[in-house]
Design a protein around this ligand. Sequence first.
Ligand SMILES: Nc1nc2c(c(=O)[nH]1)N[C@H]1C(S)=C(S)[C@@H](COP(=O)(O)O)O[C@H]1N2
Ligand SMILES: [Mo]
Length: 571
Amino acid sequence: MKVQPRPPMSPPPAGVRRSAVAGALAATVALAVTNLVDALSGSVPSLVAVVGQAVIRNTPGFLSRGATESVGTADKPLLLALIIVIALAVGARVGVAARRRRVVGDVVFVAFGLFAVGCAASLENVPAGGALVSAVLAAAAGAVTLRRLLTAADPVTPPAERPAPADPVTPPADQVPAADQVPAADEPHAEPGSEPEADAPVGPTAWPGQHTVSRRRFLVAGSTAAGGAAVVLAGAWGLRRGLGAPAPQASVTLPAARDASAAVGQATRGFAEVDGLSPLITPNKDFYRIDEALTVPRVNLDTWRLRVTGMVDGPFELSYDDLLALPLVERHITLSCVSNEVGGPLVGTARWLGVRLADLLTRAGVQPGATQLVGRSVDGFTVGFPIEAATDGRDAMVAVGMNGEPLPGGHGFPARLVVPGLYGYVSATKWLKEIELTTFEAFDAYWIERNWARRAPVKVQSRIDVPKNYGRVAAGERTVAGVAWAPHRGVGRVEVRVDQGPWQEAALGPELGADAWRQWSLPWDATPGEHVITTRATTGDGEVQTATRHSPFPDGATGQHQVNVRVSATG
Ligand SMILES: Nc1nc2c(c(=O)[nH]1)N[C@H]1C(S)=C(S)[C@@H](COP(=O)(O)O)O[C@H]1N2
Ligand SMILES: [Mo]
């Protein structure tokens, strides 16, 4: 299609409303194309995701905290939806602007493409060349669609020279494009006429039937564009759902641990009979997921390497197979998020299989003066924690397995850090690619740059799972039950208090080691009325969970979990 400016004898421009629809549809087509590139390439995220990721990276800490506090883990879908809405709104506006000067549309689509490529270039794991291809295809598809739709939206006008058609309803066939044929933008039209702003042109140049014909033509062109976008999106979806390559985990067989954690077997059943109590081991599909990755980073196992670098005598790198060939340990470790509110869901316990960090550090030879271990992800996310947490005897590891399976994509495949006793944001890098030994003076990790605390040991917490907050129960013999954790130090005791009554010691479930949470339960003779149940835990080394409430920022929430329960008289 030629992209020259319209000749002076151009017909009146399309109506505002149709032009806006045309612009929004063109934007939809452009976004759909980037979605297809995503599905086909497996490595170039859709440009919506690319822009969204750049937005996340550039959002100041206090703003992202506000977002998480107000909408929680819905923040990512909301961000994506917002970007799509903005893109369609801008598209609509551009459609209106381009109805007189088509080139405006071309310019804006190219500008959006360049903007997306700029965003991609700022992200570590988005191939710039791939993003460029995606942007070029999207800009071309968007610009061409817009031109075609605007032309289809142009009012159909009879030639000035000819008399009005004899048939008052049907204009001469040669003046009316067939309904399914979208004329080129520069197709000559004879009648400059007046410039109607409305979709139904009336006035001296209108002829009977004109409105119907032009409307039908636009409807056909518009539905073709919408249908095309739908087909492209469905194709992309299908490709991602199984028609494409199988998940890389499928080709992995994990070796057994040389040194498996004790007490798995029967013990892992825990207090299975208490309805509503968290299972002792959190199934992978139920394990909370927190990260700033808008789309799960996809790692090519053939080229992926884990590098140990920085203040070490002998830096080295490992392939996935190298890593699996090292001695593996398997441990139950409770992982929790610093953003977890008292009583919140951002905590879970898994059986992690991996290589002890201490082994890797011994091999590298940490130089004196190094204080901080930085874990870097393929997408540029970083954590940092004191090197002692890897060398003081605890089972800090580079994990490759979670509950007997290769790490799921959302939990860091192919490898991640797990450090007992530290919140995830300072320790648990997923999609790990580099372990760098450095100092705290030399480097601030991702969330430290956003003002969260540099040191973040997990605070002792106990959570009531049963009964539910604001739940109703019938009077009689009930059970109060939950989980308590103080990874690395262990849980020594859990206590429960009903209303202002005495603290009562709960029974503890099976012990999976100091790094894993404990289930607990206590029989409760529930009497009719409203009750407040409170719990607190004490660590293995004697620290009692404080009642003082504090928000998660900057180093983890404190306070005791309480639930309100209404007990109804039986019968
Ligand atoms: N690459 C990467 N790793 C990451 C994060 C992230 O944003 N990116 N978030 C961390 C945080 S804040 C937490 S709490 C844990 C959560 O791990 P999970 O999603 O497997 O539960 O991952 C950590 N590792
Ligand atoms: Mo977190």
